[in-house]
Design a protein around this ligand. Structure first.
Ligand SMILES: [Zn+2]
Length: 77
């Protein structure tokens, strides 16, 4: 989905969707980082995304922020 005015909203959604190392009100679902294998907790949206991918035989799409920063695979621009 592409929305022109979406930049601010997207940033907010991104922040809300941040994975945490412990369960929170938003993050109740356990996923593993594909790179470091650590357990993180995410919201239902991310969890379903990860689960869908795994069910369809794709690799685990979840990568924690540390690995994401380190790997530099995600070009923000
Ligand atoms: Zn990681």
């Amino acid at each position: 989905m592409v929305r022109l005015k979406g930049e601010f909203d997207a940033n907010r959604a991104e922040r809300a969707a941040r994975a945490t190392a412990y369960p929170t009100d938003n993050n109740q679902f356990e996923v593993y980082c594909d790179l470091c294998g650590e357990v993180f907790f995410v919201n239902e949206l991310i969890f379903e995304k990860v689960n869908d991918a795994l069910r369809e035989g794709f690799e685990n799409p979840f990568v924690c922020e540390d690995c994401r920063d380190g790997a530099g695979e995600y070009d923000e621009r």
